[in-house]
Write a protein that binds this ligand. Structure first.
Ligand code: IZC
Ligand code: ZN
Length: 416
């Protein structure tokens, strides 16, 4: 069968086996929206037809499309005013306790129309795509009441249909206690359990469920009740675990067989061991550690040595990481957590795909997988991490179609 698209390069990192699986001088052939072949050597004549487009990426680097497994994509407003407060010494949890932080974004999100939220998130998705992200996870959690949560999840659904980037949807009502339940957290728990979760489940508005297990937000006991109920309804699980205060969130993630535990700066050794045994992926968010000025990062080296599958994500959100660019996150992963380039690439491709339960279809360049491929203006992968602060992405191929060419968006309307 002839290919529709063939990319020739001297540095193809398939991420299929081992950390890298590097093909020096080879090609990736795409048929329709799928990868047909990845191989070293010359392009076989029989796969070249009259309609085959050939991209010569010699001198460039070819890797799988990046996967961002933790974002708070859909939200209203911005929180630049908090930056000044933080510089004066206010902590993230202090700001939240005073009714700011997440709750100020909840206000802005409730007051925004569906179209406004969609347009804002669309612009962020364009930025992600320009920087090489081809699949993202997106959490709700800035609506909190039923109508506003549904509004945000419908925006995600629409974007997934219309924008080239694929989106995996997560319900995160357990993100903060809304003002109307300020003095009745149990009432908010019951509202989620009895009204919101069954509705979202029945209308298939989210595949995952997540909870912010943190001091002053949701306790481990509350998180366990919500997530266990969610699991029984059929949601796959994620947890914001041990970000600031150690609360045995990693242990909880393992106990509930969560697909991922995210943040983990304050995870215990026992919790890490339990995650390893449960096969729970660690999603590390070093952009957030940087932005919160914590002076501390998650212990990526220790987790890798234990044998935990480590993924990286942006945590894109208006409070603690207003950054769509995964190449910036790579900088923090390397210089903050001492992850090597050979660890960072799988953490943003195949391991990230595991964190959103998509490892069978994305995250590596292998025959039969979705043709999500990026071509970087760099002679090899190490160079991408080494030369920081610029966008290295030259081309993005999403589902077999070129959607970014010569660093510019070139997709036309509709999904690909
Ligand atoms: O808006 O502050 N950590 N949730 C948990 C966030 C950060 C997002 C925010
Ligand atoms: Zn988050």
């Amino acid at each position: 069968m002839t290919a529709d698209l063939i990319i020739r390069s001297d540095h193809i990192y398939s991420c299929a086996q081992g950390p890298f699986d590097l093909f020096i001088d080879g090609f990736v052939a795409v048929a329709g929206d799928m990868i047909q072949t990845v191989a070293a050597g010359e392009i076989p004549v029989e796969i070249c037809g009259p309609g085959t487009k050939i991209i010569d990426a010699r001198g460039q680097t070819v890797v799988p499309g990046l996967v961002d497994p933790h974002t708070h994509l859909v939200h209203g407003g911005s929180r630049e005013k908090e930056l000044a407060l933080k510089l004066q010494g206010a902590s993230y949890l202090d700001i939240l306790k005073a009714g700011g932080g997440i709750l100020s974004t909840v206000n802005a999100t409730r007051n925004a129309s569906k179209d406004e939220l969609k347009e804002k998130a669309w612009r962020s998705l364009d930025q992600m795509l320009l920087h090489g992200t081809t699949t993202v996870e997106a959490k709700s959690g800035y609506g909190l009441d039923l109508n506003s949560e549904v509004k945000c999840l419908q925006v995600v659904q629409d974007l997934n249909c219309e924008h080239p980037v694929d989106i995996v949807s997560t319900y995160m009502g357990a993100h903060a206690i809304p003002v109307e339940y300020k003095n009745d957290p149990q009432g908010y728990m019951d509202f989620m359990l009895d009204e919101v979760m069954p509705y979202i489940c029945a209308h298939q508005l989210a595949e995952f469920m997540d909870a912010f297990c943190e001091e002053g937000v949701f306790s481990p006991e509350q998180s366990r009740i919500l997530l266990a109920a969610g699991s029984n309804m059929g949601f796959k699980l994620k947890i914001h675990a041990d970000e600031i205060i150690p609360l045995q969130g990693a242990e909880l993630a393992a106990e509930l067989q969560a697909k991922s535990a995210d943040h983990l700066l304050a995870a215990s050794d026992e919790g890490m061991q339990a995650m390893k045994e449960a096969g729970t992926t660690a999603v590390l968010l070093p952009g957030t550690s940087f932005y919160l000025m914590l002076g501390k990062y998650a212990q990526a080296r220790k987790m890798i040595d234990i044998g935990i599958r480590v993924a990286l994500a942006s945590d894109f959100n208006p409070g603690t990481c207003p950054c769509e660019n995964l190449q910036t996150i790579m900088t923090f992963a390397c210089f903050g957590m001492h992850m090597t380039p050979a660890e960072i690439l799988p953490a943003m491709t195949i391991n990230a795909a595991h964190a959103i339960d998509r490892s069978e279809i994305i995250g590596s360049l292998e025959p039969g997988k979705q043709a999500d491929i990026i071509i970087l203006n760099a002679p090899n992968w190490d160079y991408v991490i080494y030369h920081y602060g610029i966008n290295h992405v030259d081309k993005v191929i999403k589902n077999g179609r070129v959607v970014v060419d010569n660093t510019q968006l070139v997709y036309q309307g509709g999904n690909v």
